[in-house]
Design a protein around this ligand. Structure first.
Ligand SMILES: [Zn+2]
Length: 307
């Protein structure tokens, strides 16, 4: 299925930092995460994936594939997915970077927003703006942004379900994938998300926008140098990343100059030749604990700010 066709399917159907080290490029697995679940979930993300396995990647009936968390895909299509997290915690509702939203609208750039349920509740005007922008795909970023590796299973289910309901009700489109807060996940989290019919999606390129520690020029350079077909790039749109709006125009222009087109995450996963890159589980993910990194952690942490 072509990207444009996948996009049509998507429209017809409805709606830190990403650790380079958090995914294992040595592991590639078939794109069908779980055939039965995918087919049982009539989302734009799932249907084309299950419908178009390639001979090289299709799993056999006798070798079921365990669900994985996806850091990106390999593909021959020159496409990348820009993603923007809107995180809100119990204590911090954060904000809405309307300027970033306006840049994406002006540039007519498809994008995927990972929304915390509480963020949607606290920002009704932002929810209305997103509702009126069908080129934005939605993802579930849990309700109050807990590290899911430290959360009881029942509560993980509740965090996911509550958020999906809020997103549907307030924005009118479904969340198609799940991004675990701070990038903290393990096999149990992936399994629970799978039970909730949401593929787990991390990232392969960290813009480093959180906190404004990375200058605009370095953010541009990082993204443009690392971008490759199938990359998933993480930014934030909750007013925790002051330079994103400054860096984004050049990043979009630079990626276009390199021949890239922009797709949503579900479109990326639905590419006929896409093979997912497995994200490496991380118990704690990124955040406060990394403020004083060990020397050998510095490079890794610089590339992986908290989400
Ligand atoms: Zn987040």
């Amino acid at each position: 299925m072509s990207v444009s066709l996948a996009f049509c399917v998507l429209l017809a159907a409805v709606d830190g930092a990403a650790p380079v080290d958090a995914y294992d490029t040595s592991v590639s697995v078939p794109i069908v995460l779980d055939g039965s679940t995918e087919r049982a979930t009539p989302t734009a993300a799932a249907a084309p994936i299950a419908a178009t396995p390639t001979a090289a990647t299709a799993p056999t009936a006798t070798t079921p594939t365990a669900p994985i968390a996806i850091a990106g895909v390999t593909t021959h299509e020159p496409v990348v997915a820009l993603t923007f997290d809107a995180c809100a915690t119990k204590k911090q509702a954060n904000g809405f970077d309307r300027k970033v939203f306006e840049i994406l609208a002006r540039e007519q750039t498809p994008a995927t927003f990972y929304l915390s349920g509480r963020w949607v509740e606290k920002h009704p005007s932002a929810a209305r703006a997103i509702a009126a922008a069908p080129w934005i795909e939605l993802g579930n970023h849990t309700y109050s942004h807990p590290r899911l590796t430290l959360t009881r299973k029942e509560r993980i289910h509740l965090q996911i379900r509550r958020t999906s309901k809020i997103i549907e009700k307030k924005i009118g489109r479904p969340a198609l994938t799940l991004r675990p807060p701070a990038g903290a996940f393990n096999a149990a989290v992936v399994e629970i998300a799978n039970q909730e019919h949401l593929p787990v999606v991390l990232w392969s390129i960290v813009s480093g926008d959180v906190g404004g520690h990375v200058p605009v020029e370095r953010m541009d350079r990082t993204v443009l140098e690392q971008a490759k077909p199938g990359s998933i790039i993480i930014f934030h749109i909750n007013k925790r990343a002051p330079f994103t709006k400054k860096a984004l125009p050049d990043i979009i222009a630079g990626l276009r100059e390199k021949g890239f087109r922009f797709v949503t995450v579900s479109q990326l996963l639905a590419l006929p030749d896409a093979v997912p890159i497995k994200a490496k589980p991380s118990h704690y993910g990124y955040g406060r604990r990394h403020k004083r990194p060990l020397p050998e952690q510095k490079d890794q942490d610089r590339a992986n700010p908290p989400t």
